[in-house]
Design a protein around this ligand. Structure first.
Ligand code: NAD
Length: 337
């Protein structure tokens, strides 16, 4: 393997952190990891990697980050679950500066390959009105009517990648991720996505003895969820493929949110009383990934079963939950003695 100089943008985040780890394990020794967050907030920090805290919305920071780099993986974005993206559209759109400046810096520095993490939120909302959704094909992004804010930014950035490839000869690869989940990601604080939020709520309900869970929407909205290991395999395969158009990277195992809660209840060994918050953000009614194209190109598609991935995710979130509760418990014990 040629030891290429690699930049992972958004390395302090969920997918970026796992990607850095995977690249290290593959034997890469020249990895630059960059994220706007201070190091103590990164999900994973590795001492054998060149770590930087920098704002990649800034062109100068992108130039420094891309210096001498062969491969760029752009996973940096100001994002979160539906609760965050429906209430922070401007912030989501400002993320356009990151991909734009990274592309400009990559062109200047003769970067060889550029990976962009897009999203299923680019798909036309009219194709996602029914929970019995027809899986979304890549062509369904047009005519454009993506998720407001976040989806528009992703669609525009995809397009920038295309035109940098066509006009400037920069090799760009774009994957449309469908709901990625797993350990070492956001599980509380308002940016968490459904799988982590459901795990946390079940843990809270069980630990507190309240035995109740609030579900956003009526629970009948359907989604597919991809475990992080499948996502990492897909990123690597797509980055090194000759797939020039944006391609779905998602599981096609469709479940309703109610079924997702069933799975987590079963893992936790509990049955909860459910209440439905119909005014909470819930996103489109149904969304699934059509994997025809990825199967054709790679002879592969994400296949880790939701139950298996959720067990690993639940166990990790339970661990984090217990760690955050420990100081509070210790304080309570100290106060009583
Ligand atoms: P994440 O929020 O955990 O990671 C994103 C990271 O980008 C964060 O650590 C954040 O601090 C960093 N960042 C934000 N602004 C920055 C800036 N100006 N400069 C440098 N770093 C900055 O999210 P994630 O789940 O790891 O997602 C990674 C990528 O995949 C994002 O582009 C996201 O839109 C995309 N994506 C994720 C999912 C999913 O389900 N997780 C689905 C579709 C698309």
């Amino acid at each position: 393997m040629v030891d290429r100089q690699i930049l992972v943008a958004g390395a302090g985040g969920f997918i970026g952190g796992h990607l850095v780890d995977k690249l290290r394990r593959k034997g890469h020794t020249r990895i630059r990891a960059v994220d706007i967050k201070p190091f103590e907030e990164w999900y994973q920090v590795f001492d054998d990697v060149e770590n930087h805290s920098a704002d990649l919305g800034d062109l100068h920071a992108c130039r420094a980050a891309c210096e001498g780099v062969d491969d760029v993986y752009n996973l940096a974005a100001d994002m979160g679950g539906m609760g965050f993206i429906e209430n922070n559209r401007a912030l989501c759109m400002i993320t356009v500066l990151i991909n734009t400046h990274l592309l400009m810096a990559s062109r200047e520095q003769d970067v060889q390959r550029f990976f962009y993490a897009s999203s299923a939120c680019v798909y036309n909302a009219d194709k996602q009105t029914d929970a019995n959704v027809t899986p979304l094909k890549e062509a369904d992004a047009y005519p454009a009517m993506p998720e407001d804010g976040y989806g528009w930014e992703k669609l525009f950035s995809e397009r920038m990648c295309r035109h940098f490839r066509e006009d400037f000869g920069l090799t760009t690869r774009v994957a449309r991720f469908h709901n990625v989940y797993g350990p070492q990601g956001t599980w509380d604080g308002g940016r968490e996505k459904a799988p982590a939020a459901v795990c946390r709520k079940v843990i809270e309900a069980k630990t507190s003895g309240r035995n109740e869970i609030e579900i956003w929407g009526d629970g009948n909205q359907s989604r597919s969820f991809m475990f992080i290991d499948d996502c990492l395999y897909g990123i690597d395969a797509i980055m090194h493929s000759d797939i020039i158009e944006p391609i779905n990277l998602g599981s096609s195992e469709l479940v309703t949110i109610n079924q997702l809660v069933d799975i987590v209840e079963e893992i936790a060994g509990i049955k909860l009383k459910r209440s439905y918050n119909l005014s909470a953000p819930k996103g489109v009614n149904g969304r699934n990934s059509d994997n025809t194209l990825i199967r054709q190109h790679l002879g592969w598609e994400p296949s880790i079963r939701l139950r298996d991935g959720m067990k690993k995710t639940y166990d990790w979130i339970l661990e984090q939950y217990e760690l955050t509760r420990k100081p509070a418990l210790q304080d309570a014990v100290a106060a009583r003695t």
